[in-house]
Design a binder for this molecule. Structure first.
Ligand code: NAD
Length: 255
């Protein structure tokens, strides 16, 4: 019998780097990839949270290492990818998940905050993508965690955030074109509202509003995004590149 679909969702022997893996969506992605057999480099600006994710991975029988750095710091990212190369030999999968979404109306948006949002959400993703791309000489997979806010604002005050994620979508397409000939696929996932540590400050009414407008009847959980990451990272998606996959329970198509 030929290999089954299940084998195609195995990541045994793969080296995956997940940024912002200390909490929320990133932690779920790291745990899922490790659960499917990948060795996971857990990267987060919060050293303790990165270690906690690694502990959860090893307690579940998986393998990995943790590093702490701000992805918006180019030299720090270069150093970490060098350390990852020394530790694991290469990178097969990169998930650019680290991101911030401060709420600030355009009238009140300071230059500092604008710089910070772009430093983390765009430049941070680019730094990691560039370093991973250099190591992926035999092909690879890069997944950028964008947002439905890159397509249309889900609330006022997310102008800088939406713009940074729209730029990330553009970077995804450019990287797919440049890296395709080397066998590297680059895609973006655009989550809807996902209940995480970061969105815990959202008022209950807002949470209920989004759920009520979502055809699947609920807000997302981190594992909803982790599942889509596994799909795009797997050979099942071997001819998919340069795409932006919305994972929002149908929210954006609902009027
Ligand atoms: P979160 O705030 O719950 O967790 C983010 C993690 O990233 C934290 O561990 C944090 O320490 C880390 N991090 C933040 N800045 C970093 C930096 N500069 N360098 C390294 N690590 C950093 O966030 P989340 O809700 O899980 O969101 C994760 C990603 O998903 C973000 O890119 C976000 O824009 C995107 N997203 C989230 C939602 C949502 O509703 N939660 C919706 C759409 C898109």
């Amino acid at each position: 019998m030929r290999p089954t679909t299940n084998n195609l969702l195995s990541f045994i022997g793969k080296i995956a780097v997940v940024t912002g893996a200390g909490a929320g969506i990133g932690r779920a992605i790291a745990l899922r990839l490790a659960g499917a057999g990948a060795t996971v480099a857990v990267l987060d600006k919060d050293e303790q949270q990165a270690r906690q994710t690694l502990e959860a991975i090893t307690q579940a029988g998986g393998t990995g290492c943790s590093w702490s750095a701000d992805v918006g710091n180019g030299p720090a990212v270069t150093n970490i990818f060098q350390e990852i190369a020394v530790t694991f030999g290469r990178v097969d999968i990169l998930v650019n998940n680290a991101g911030i979404y401060p709420v600030a109306p355009i009238d009140e948006l300071s230059d500092e905050l604008l710089d910070k949002v772009f430093a983390v959400n765009l430049r941070g993703a680019l730094y990691c993508l560039r370093e991973a791309g250099r190591q992926m000489q035999g092909g690879g997979v890069i997944i950028n965690i964008s947002s439905i806010d890159s397509l249309r604002p889900s609330a006022p005050g997310l102008g800088a955030y939406g713009a940074s994620k729209a730029a990330l979508n553009a970077l995804t397409r450019s990287a797919a074109v440049e890296y395709g000939p080397r066998g590297i696929r680059v895609n973006a996932i655009l989550p809807g509202v996902i209940v995480t540590e970061g969105t815990s400050i959202m008022p209950d009414e807002a949470r209920q509003f989004y759920a009520s407008r979502t055809p699947l009847g609920r807000n997302g959980v981190p594992d909803d995004i982790a599942g889509a990451v596994l799909l795009l990272a797997s050979p099942l998606a071997c001819f998919v590149t340069g795409q932006t996959l919305i994972v929002d329970g149908g929210f954006t198509i609902n009027g």
